[in-house]
Unconditional design. Structure first.
Lengths: 325, 287
């Protein structure tokens, strides 16, 4: 849980911390649109370079963003695999570089592949470099299927890695990275309260179609505020039930159901109690949703917002230009 | 046998690589029989963390907790059944709301024994006995635990642990949120449980009156370290408890004030109101 950086605010000082949240939200949305307008891998690479520069200039802890990407690497690998497997345009790279492309499926190759898989899982369970092992496994499978051809042959098929497939997957990957980086910068540098205030302020025009932005923002901020509290409570309930012998890790399915109920019932009861208490506390301070209120921190635009707006507009204009030309 | 702490440290993980110390270098030994121990200390001194080490709900960052001969260290042993330790050392949490979940009191008390593979009939019998032990009548068995008063809920939650028949009973602030009378009935209850069964009882509290009156032994935690381990009498004879953020029992403070302002010759170390009154009478009658 600790590695999840998406949606986490990290206190700090820097340019991005001092921009108005409204500007930040609009800028992130506009920049995402700009990224989606780009068409070639070179363009997104330039976009990526610009995004990295901005992140560095804004003094955002880069390590945190990288760590936050960790849970997403499965998704990234997935896109990479599918683009390579299904995009068959352009030059075939394997035969271009003199590598075999005819894959043989025979009893021997299957046995060897299974052995390679077992070896990979065993190594992966106590070695750190998981990504390298995965790569070694994939290459191993490739060579087993390409080189082992003795014995009876079940079937053969042709593997092809096309340069366009690689390019497209790189394009998709980089675009995804930029978007994740942008949204991470937004949440890393904006306090949840500021974020909801920004959303509230931006949604105010929706009043015309009957959506009350204050209530919406209130709902968001209360739910955000209570996530850690409820997690904390869940841990305490689990400890209390564990001390009565409820083992959440082991046990038969029937026991598991009772154990999950023993966690959920107290959680619901406590959550309802909490929300009633919160409602009472808000009412006793004369909180009426939708009534005008003053704030301690008023949102104000300054020169930084102007600068951000200008850079954002320039990025959008540039991507429209390269799209049109 | 019992619970043996050897140089136990526990640090909570914080952001990144930082950690926060909760208990530091605690070494202590708790017998499995016939002890009545009060665990006291300032808020945040690590009392609850220490209590949760006693039944292997928490694993020390370094050091060893030996619970009935089974070592619990930072490294979990896959062969050890830590769950079985929770049957031997029963831990009652501060808020009954964290554990009550069934629709009847009986079912809720049976949850613990059933988890330890005890047959339904036996568990039912155990629930009945446990409820009797905490001083509630059998009528409560069919009642809904959520419709009980705070004190009754507390008793039911204690019965839920007692039903597992643990050798050691650890209670995290059992008297918090109870009225003064309820506090004393509950403490008397623990005393009778201990006298009848010989179980070791450990309770966390902030109430020095209860410590003085009921405990045989006091453990004082200050910023995670065990700074005192001895009898309440010895503890309250210490002239400077302020350094551990503790205060003195009411009887002691009153007698001390009387002694100082009136110049009477009093033995101020009386652990109940009754004894304090007797001491005052004795002093008044003296020529």
């Amino acid at each position: 849980m600790k590695n999840v950086v998406i949606g986490q605010y990290v206190p700090g000082k820097g340019f991005f911390y001092r921009i108005d949240p409204r500007t930040k939200i609009i800028a992130v949305v506009v920049l995402m649109v700009a990224v989606f307008l780009l068409e070639t891998v070179w363009q997104v690479l330039i976009g990526f370079a610009i995004a990295t520069l901005l992140v560095l200039a804004g003094n955002v802890p880069l390590g945190r963003i990288v760590r936050g990407l960790k849970p997403l690497y499965v998704l990234l690998l997935f896109t990479l695999f599918f683009n390579i497997a299904f995009n068959r345009t352009g030059v075939e790279l394997l035969s271009h570089y003199g590598l075999p492309t005819t894959m043989v499926l025979s009893p021997w190759t299957v046995v060897l592949m299974l052995a390679a898989t077992v070896a990979w899982r065993l190594l992966a369970s106590f070695k750190k470099a998981k990504l390298w092992l995965l790569l070694a496994w994939v290459i191993g499978l490739y060579f087993i299927m390409a080189k082992i051809s003795f014995g009876p042959v079940w079937s053969t098929w042709t593997l092809g890695i096309y340069d366009q497939g690689l390019v497209t997957s790189a394009f998709v990957l980089i675009r995804l990275l930029i978007i994740i980086a942008l949204s991470t910068v937004l949440t890393l540098t904006t306090k949840p309260t500021d974020l909801t205030q920004g959303i509230e302020s931006l949604m105010r025009p929706l009043k015309i179609i009957g959506i009350r932005s204050e209530e919406f923002a209130l709902i968001i901020s209360i739910s955000l505020r209570y996530i850690p509290t409820i997690l904390d409570e869940a841990n305490k309930i689990m400890a209390a039930q564990a001390s009565r012998g409820a083992d959440f890790a082991q046990g038969k399915l029937k026991d598991k159901v009772v154990q999950v109920i023993s966690l959920l019932v107290p959680m619901f009861i406590i959550a309802f109690k909490r929300s009633e208490d919160l409602a009472d506390a808000m009412e006793s301070r004369n909180f009426v949703p939708g009534k005008p209120r003053t704030r301690i921190h008023e949102l104000r635009f300054n020169y930084r917002d102007l600068l951000t707006g200008f850079v954002t507009a320039a990025c959008l204009a540039a991507s429209i230009l390269v799209r049109v030309l | 046998m019992g619970i043996q702490f050897t140089k136990v440290n526990y640090r909570y993980p914080g952001w990144g690589r930082e950690t926060y110390g909760a208990i530091a270098d605690v070494t202590l030994s708790i017998s499995a029989k016939d002890e009545f121990i009060a665990l006291v200390g300032h808020t945040g001194s690590g009392k609850s963390t220490l209590a949760q080490h006693m039944n292997a709900l928490m694993f020390p960052t370094s050091g060893t907790v030996e619970i009935f001969g089974i070592p619990v260290t930072a490294k979990r042993n896959k062969k050890t059944d830590y769950n079985s330790l929770r049957k031997r050392v029963g831990l009652v949490f501060q808020f009954p709301e964290y554990q009550l979940f069934e629709e009847t009191v009986e079912k809720d008390i049976m949850f613990g024994p059933r988890n330890f593979r005890i047959t339904e009939e036996d568990a039912r019998e155990m629930a009945k006995n446990a409820l009797k032990m905490v001083g509630l009548s059998e009528n409560y068995l069919r009642r809904n635990p959520f419709n009980l008063s705070g004190g009754e809920k507390k008793r039911v939650s204690i019965a839920g642990i007692l039903a597992m028949n643990p050798d050691v009973l650890v209670l995290d602030e059992p008297t918090s949120g109870l009225d003064p009378r309820g506090k004393h009935t509950l403490m008397e209850l623990f005393r009778s449980i201990r006298e009848e069964t010989g179980k070791t009882i450990i309770f966390i509290t902030h109430d020095m009156d209860l410590v003085y009156r009921y405990a045989d032994r006091v453990l004082v935690l200050e910023a995670g370290s065990l700074v005192f381990d001895g009898t309440p009498d010895k503890l309250f004879r210490d002239p400077d408890l302020e350094r551990w953020h503790l205060d003195y029992p009411a009887t002691l403070s009153v007698l001390d004030n009387v002694k100082k302002s009136l110049g009477w010759d009093l033995d101020i170390y009386q652990n109940t109101v009754g004894k304090a009154a007797d001491e005052l009478k004795r002093a008044v009658r003296r020529p």
